[in-house]
Structure formats: C-alpha cells, structure tokens
Unconditional design. Sequence first.
Length: 414
Amino acid sequence: MTRSPPRLITLTLLTALSALTLNMVLPSLPSMARDLAARESVTALAVSGYMLASALFQLGLGPVSDHFGRRPVMLGALLLFIGASLGCMLAPNVAVLLACRVLQAVIVAGVVVSSAAIRDQHSAVESATKLSLIASAMAVAPMLGPMLGGVLDVSLGWRAVFALYALLGGALLLLAWADMGETRAPGLPAPRLADWAALLRSSRYWAYVLCTAFSVGAFYVFVTGVPYVGKAAWGLSPAEVGLGVGSITGGFLVGAAISARQARRLGVGVPLVAGRVVAVLGMALGLGVFAAGAAHPLALFGFTLFIGLGNGLTLPSANAGTLSVRPALAGTAAGLGGALVMAWGAVLSTFTALVVEVSPTPVALLTLLTGCVLLSLAAALVALRLERAAAHGAAPRPAEEETAGGLHGASRDA
C-alpha cells in the first residue's frame, strides 16, 4: 500500500476537504460570537486567519513533500487537522478556537500534495486532464459547504460543524493510509533554497502563476463586489446574490468538464488561451451592454458566467504548466504558486471592496473584472510564447526537457 499510486478519487476527496474547511463554517460565525461572548469581527478571523495560515502552510508543505515524500506529509497533515478540529469543537473561548482554526489550515496539504502526486505520475498534458477532474471538486465543495454548515448550525449547533470536520478527517486518514502510496521517485535530491529561488527566477513559472492569479482573482473580485452592487443597484437580498454567484460556479463546472475531455487531444496550450479569450469576450460584451444602459441582474450574472467557463478551461492547464517548469520540484512549485495566488486574491478583494464602496455599480464591477481577465490573457500568451521558445531551443536544460516536449504540441496547435 505504500507503493501503489493513489486513485484519483482519493486525491479529489483530499482536495475537496480543503475547500470545505474554508467555507462550511461561514454560517456559524454569528453563533460562535454569541456563545463565546466575542465580537463578530473577532470570530470573522476564523476565515481571514485561516486563509493567511493556508498561504503560509502552502509555502512550507510543498518543499517538505519534495523532501520527505507525498504520503507522510499527507498523513501527518490529516492527523494535525483532526486534532485541530477537535480543539475547535471543544474550545472554551474564542482564543482557543482561533488558534485551533489556524492549525486546521494544514489541510491545504490536500491541494498541494494531490497536485504534486499527479505530476509525479503523468506528463504535463495528462496532468491537465487529471487536474480538470479534481477542479470540479473545488467548484462543487464551496457550493455545498455553506449549505451543510447552515443545516448543522441550526439543528445541532456550531460545534457540530467541527465535529464533522474531525469525522471527515478521520475517514480520509484511513483512506489515505490504505490507498495513498508514495509517488515521488526515489533518489531525487532534496529541495534546496536555491531551487526555490530558481522557480522565482523562471519567467515561465511566473507566467503560469500570474495567469492563475488573475484568473482566480476575477472570481475573488466578483464575490467581493457583487453583494455591494446587487444591493445598491437592484436591492438584492443575500440569498439572491448567493444564487447569482452560482453562475460562475456553473460555468466553471462546464469548462472543467470540457478541459477534462479535450486536454489529451488539444494539449495544454489551447485550453489555456481559449479560456482566457472566452472570459475576455464575455466581460467586454457585458461591459458594453451595461455601459449602453442595461439594468438587470440576470444580465450581470449571465455575462459573469463566462468567467467561470473560462477558468474551468484555463486553470487545469495553467496548474499543469506551473508544476512542469521543474518537475522534480512539483510540490515546491504547487505550494509556492498556491501561496502567491491566495495572497494576490486577498489584494484584489481588498481593492475591489474599496472601489465598489465608492461606486457600487455594475459598470465599475465589470471594469475590474475586465482588467483581471485581460491581464490573465496576457500572462497566458507569454507562457505560450516561452513554451515555444523552450521547445525550439537548441539545448533545453534537463529540468525543462519534459515540459518543453510535453507542451510543444499544444504550442504548435495554438
């Protein structure tokens, strides 16, 4: 069991638990504040503090998994996650709750290790196909998490949410123990600080990371800005806004399904750029329609569906490209890239809140979204150009040979 590679369903469930842990607790924040005699602004740190801790854990977990292997890191993270979940469930005060909540963020190992394990076993093109399937879990889990958390909070109380986290962690610990064999090839040198610096000096790595950051950033801009805009422009309730946010999620599921089915035939480059073109066209059309005087929320949600569709097409290929710059450092690349994307998402969310506070209009929101998707398209085109250069180079470096070959066909087709 320590040698057979993990099944895709195992990696998908580990990734989904990371997404659930972030947002299933959202409906319980007021209940936590009331029961623990804390201000709601303090209990809100259970979300923002978790996100910050996730970014920091990603920075460390990637190199650690490259050094010690994927299996021990995932098992250790699940053990710590179970303990932290029990600590949150039994917390006597808000300080203990927040401390244990920060430790819960270690479950982001599910994202880092799963991505690295896939890249350990497959080429860049095949990795994009597998990552497309896992991406669907990242879309569905945020939809189901708050609903399930709300039901538990109403029926059993907020502590039941953390009890469920512990149970899910225990179930996945048993599954990972039985199914998650080591995928990192033996004999590879341990990562060094110089290797981490080499990733940061790679133009190709930055192109893929920035493409991902601005693609995901468009989602953060939307979910941050649309509650302000929906209320100011049309008087939408939070429930109505929540339904509208589902437009991006629905589009993402469609895009990820197309990517999973077509990645082998099209390669990585075509979905990478096509997703960005779809998002740019959707936002440009939406901006033009609203600038001309359109004033209906369904129009806004209809156009922003193209962001989800474009992200579903682009992100699996962008993630595969990120991991393929230095295949021997897939864990480091995944962790560092994930931390950078999350940090940039926080910046964009803050900037969006400042903008829509002053101008809560659909045109202002669509302008921000258009800027994000245009920058993501530019990064995708740069990544494609750099892959072409690597593929046609006289003597690619050993660390780049696989990605140059694996993406050459996609670059040629695009």
